[in-house]
Design a protein around this ligand. Structure first.
Ligand SMILES: C[S@@+](CC[C@H](N)C(=O)[O-])C[C@H]1O[C@@H](n2cnc3c(N)ncnc32)[C@H](O)[C@@H]1O
Length: 184
């Protein structure tokens, strides 16, 4: 998808898209840096957009690892469906339904959740619901990795996870933070 088309999607639905441009290469790399791809066998992506982070994940993923990518915008889902990789399942659904997708592939838990959902522009209760459910499905020591452009909703992560590290990625428009939350 071109930058202009992404920009249009952003303006059409600013609240759920939360950005007017896709993540930069540096931000995509920052989002997957904490992942140990040699061990991960199930990764969940939330808010896949047109697939820019999805492609970085797939490029590094083990051949036996599965990726379930959630996205609610049908135009982005159409774009995602063009990615030809049997390890990828596209969930054209809201992230709070994570449980039914994890269970449908016979899995009990998840190694990593990588999320770009703009929780700042969504109702706080939805943020608590989605992030709380993700924590439930994460393995012990699993990571919830989230991108943000500010610290406005940091409290949600502090309430749900005790162990949080934040990395700054200057090479993105706007500069971004990667929240790395561990289930311990
Ligand atoms: C900031 S964009 C990120 C797109 C892409 N991952 C990137 O990094 O450039 C956020 C995406 O989250 C999606 N989204 C918002 N709420 C969602 C929800 N409840 N479940 C799944 N996806 C959601 C939006 O449609 C949008 O595509």
């Amino acid at each position: 998808m071109s930058r202009i088309k992404f920009l249009k999607e952003g303006f059409k639905d600013m609240k759920t898209t939360g950005a007017v441009t896709r993540s930069s290469k540096a931000l995509c790399q920052g989002m997957i840096k904490p992942v140990d791809f040699s061990k991960a066998r199930l990764i969940i992506e939330l808010g896949a957009g047109d697939g820019v982070i999805t492609k970085h994940i797939l490029k590094s993923m083990h051949k036996d690892c599965k990726l379930i990518s959630f996205e609610i915008n049908p135009r982005f889902c159409e774009k995602l469906s063009q990615i030809n990789d049997s390890r990828l399942t596209i969930a054209a659904d809201s992230a709070e339904n994570i449980g039914q997708y994890v269970e449908s592939i016979g899995a009990k838990d998840v190694d990593y959740v990588i999320s770009a959902i703009p929780f700042v522009t969504l109702p706080n209760e939805l943020g608590y619901d989605i992030i709380g459910k993700c924590r439930e499905y994460l393995k012990k020591d699993g990571l919830f990795i989230q991108l943000h452009y500010s610290f406005l909703v940091k409290k949600i992560y502090m309430d749900i996870f005790n162990n949080i590290k934040i990395k700054f990625v200057p090479w993105n428009i706007p500069p971004a933070f990667v929240f790395i939350c561990k289930k311990d």
